[in-house]
Design a protein around this ligand. Structure first.
Ligand SMILES: [Zn+2]
Length: 113
């Protein structure tokens, strides 16, 4: 259920940005969500529909950019997609890796009127 808290804080950011832009209405919200966060876009959309009611963001189109989990092997520098429970480099079978993407969770931009 952590999507509710996440969606609330995202909406706060959206409304603050809209206020700073002196917007009358938020028409689009662009979100970036990393695979590793475990955040389900359908849930975020569901909560946004509820939370935006009677705000200037009501009815805004929500666009999700999902970022795959990627890691880089420290041994051979190979970049590869992280699969659940398998954090082994497909190139050298090493397991000393750095996670380079997939933890993103942010409001990339908004469009206003
Ligand atoms: Zn490797």
């Amino acid at each position: 259920m952590h999507e509710l808290a996440i969606t609330q804080s995202m909406l706060e950011i959206v409304l603050k940005q809209a206020e700073q832009a002196h917007a009358k209405k938020v028409t689009k919200i662009n979100l970036v969500i990393g695979d590793m966060t475990g955040v389900v876009s359908d849930s975020v959309q569901f909560y946004l529909d509820i939370l935006t009611k009677e705000t200037i963001a009501e009815g805004a189109v929500v666009s999700f950019t999902m970022v795959p989990s990627q890691a880089k092997c420290r041994t051979c520098n190979q970049t590869f997609e992280l699969k659940e429970f398998d954090w082994t480099c497909p190139n050298c079978q090493g397991n000393i890796i750095d996670v380079i993407s997939g933890k993103e969770l942010l409001v990339e931009s908004i469009e206003v009127e």
